[in-house]
Design a protein. Structure first.
Length: 95
């Protein structure tokens, strides 16, 4: 966890390690993000919102979508957010 002054859900979703925290795949990231979340109610609220976004794209278990497919879709979403932030495409998906 490098940057600590996140102010938007998009920044969290693009942050190095946030997905590692969410998927519980890196102990160091889990510890760092848990500390960051515990610092303030604003951090917790922001993390909760980011988790809600991730849950919206997470399939139900009965859909039998693989973890690899979930990761790929999450990466696609993050790429789209980056494109929007960079002005490559607008929010309507137009280039």
């Amino acid at each position: 966890m490098k940057k600590r002054n996140y102010s938007t859900v998009e920044e969290l979703l693009l942050a190095d390690g946030f997905l590692n925290w969410y998927y519980l795949t890196d102990e160091k990231e889990i510890h760092g993000w848990n500390e960051w979340i515990a610092i303030s109610p604003e951090h917790k609220h922001l993390a909760d919102q980011a988790v809600e976004v991730l849950l919206l794209i997470r399939p139900a278990k009965e859909n039998k979508i693989t973890e690899q497919e979930i990761r790929a879709e999450t990466n696609r979403l993050i790429g789209a957010i980056r494109d929007i932030k960079a002005g490559i495409i607008n929010v309507n998906g137009e280039r």
